[in-house]
Design a protein around this ligand. Sequence first.
Ligand code: ZN
Length: 211
Amino acid sequence: MKSIKGEGSVNCPNGCEAFDAEYWTLVRGDKDGELKEALIGGELNLVSCPSCGEMFYHDRDIVYFDPPKELLVFVSPKAEKDKFDEVKKKMQKDFEFLRKNLSEMNISYSPFYLAGLEELKALLDYDEHCACQSEVIAALSAQKGFKLAALAPSHARVKGYPLYIPVARDKYDAEHVKEAAQAVLAENPALTLLAALLKDLREGKELPPKI
Ligand SMILES: [Zn+2]
């Protein structure tokens, strides 16, 4: 399934005559880097009124899908935020339909349901932040001779953990992860996602399953 573009009538917020515009209805984040960049930069589905020149978002349903990152997001128009419960039910039906039709993709993770492109942008910003911290963790772990355990991206995202966690010596258990996490955090205390994991482990929470 590729990114999908639609075309339709758009109404200018200044009440000008409606005009036709193209807009994206499905973005494959893993395949179309340019569209993902446009989304993060706030340019996706930005249209300009031919009558008055006003630039505005064509506020409509959009699906964002990035299978390697286990990220599937249904975004409803921001204008429908006040009836979000109702809109969410419709998006859940869309998800069931998509999951059945894409059974070969094995979508075992829960999708996100958001209102408006700004919320999607915030989620993608978080993912970037998580990827950056995870890379720093990987580099520091290599320096210190720690192994890395990878978490399922959907699991890491929901828990607020990094994508990779350091393991002292070979055994993947809470004690060895705590030891390694502490040593990595001593080098770089700004790794908030790793700090969150360490805090949870110290409180006796379960070690997340590695993949
Ligand atoms: Zn206009």
